[in-house]
Design a protein around this ligand. Structure first.
Ligand code: ACO
Length: 314
């Protein structure tokens, strides 16, 4: 994640809000913000290089790069193409996958399917965002929520009953309008009017998104456990998308999982969208909270709406 941090106290000076409101409603205390020179592909390439180094894999060995992002550098080319160039992965097929905050689970699922089909062997999946570039710092209902980050993982074939055991994806496009960026695409191309009307920023109906997220994340957690013939007691650690501590707690309750088996770092990073799960997974691993053989439950919800879950035996 970038170095610069914005605290709740900084927001108290920018909009009409309070540390107390932000912490009780969302669980966020601070978030990292990228500077003007840093785009999503820059964070993504850094995360990719670190993942490749830890996996002892050279960039040339990559067959595919999948970047889950809702804040690409440009409409085209894809951010994955830019990452391919930055890391020198000249043999890889690059592609972006747009599933907002569920982007990493979607990328994981597509990567697993490519490997299972036998078509490809080494796949780099990345969740990367600079949502703060499309955040309206005059809108207190959204600006306090988002932070920038990237996380990456290398996928390779695993033994039976190891690695990614099951995944589940879902969505409901009829509710797209509850969380979207209105302008800059083919529906409303950029114009003086769209800029004046602040349409190049995230618009979110927070409370309605909140209710949908609680239901969909709980359902997704249950669905993937059912697919694997497991229940909450089989889970050693849940790594949820970090949008709101209240959503995370409700998801844990749905599968009867105590909070000491849930990894939460939203207080320090805010909602980093597609980056939040790989960021939390990496942090949990470094802190020794993930041991070989552990069953991890990843679960996410995002704009679209999209949602998804994955079970991993580490
Ligand atoms: N400071 C102070 N007051 C605020 C702020 C703020 N920053 N923001 C909103 N308020 C006010 C509202 O104006 C409202 O006031 P009113 O009652 O006078 O109208 C009041 O607080 C309550 O607002 P709600 O939106 O109902 O508050 P809620 O409890 O729902 O919390 C929140 C808001 C934190 C945004 C929550 O709804 C949430 O987390 N939503 C889900 C976010 C999410 O999961 N997004 C999905 C992924 S993001 C992606 O895909 C890119």
């Amino acid at each position: 994640m970038p170095d610069r941090i914005l605290t709740n106290q900084d927001f108290e000076r920018m909009v009409e809000t309070s540390d107390e409101w932000i912490v009780t409603r969302s669980g966020i205390r601070e978030r990292h913000i990228s500077d003007d020179q840093t785009a999503t592909s820059d964070l993504a390439a850094l995360a990719a290089q670190r993942a490749l180094k830890e996996a002892s894999i050279s960039p040339e060995e990559l067959d595919v790069i999948i970047v889950g992002t809702a804040s690409p550098d440009m409409i085209f080319p894809s951010t994955a193409c830019l990452v391919q160039n930055l890391i020198g992965a000249r043999n890889a097929a690059p592609m972006d996958l747009q599933a907002a905050c569920s982007g990493f689970i979607y990328a994981l699922t597509v990567g697993k399917a490519f490997i299972n089909s036998g078509q490809y062997r080494t796949i780099l999946i990345i969740g990367a965002e600079t949502l703060t570039k499309i955040t309206d710092y005059k809108d207190r209902s959204t600006c306090v929520l988002f932070g920038d980050a990237a996380g990456a993982a290398v996928l390779r074939p695993a033994e039976k009953d190891e690695g990614v055991l099951e995944t589940y994806l879902g969505g409901n496009g009829s509710l797209w309008h509850l969380l979207h960026m209105p302008a800059g695409g083919s529906r409303k191309p950029a114009s003086h009017e769209t800029v004046d009307q602040r349409l190049h920023f995230i618009k979110m109906s927070g409370n309605e998104v909140f209710k949908a997220a609680v239901k969909a994340m709980g359902d997704a957690a249950l669905k993937v456990l059912q697919k694997a013939g497991m229940n909450g007691q089989d889970v050693d650690l849940m790594i949820p998308h970090q949008a709101n501590t209240r959503i995370i707690k409700a998801t844990a309750r749905r599968i009867h999982l105590p909070m000491d088996k849930v990894y939460v770092n939203i207080d320090r990073y805010g909602n980093t969208s597609a980056a939040s799960i790989p960021l939390a997974l990496d942090e949990a691993r470094r802190k020794g909270k993930v041991k070989p053989g552990d069953v991890l439950l990843l679960v996410a919800f995002g704009g679209g709406f999209t949602w998804g879950s994955a079970l991993i035996r580490w």
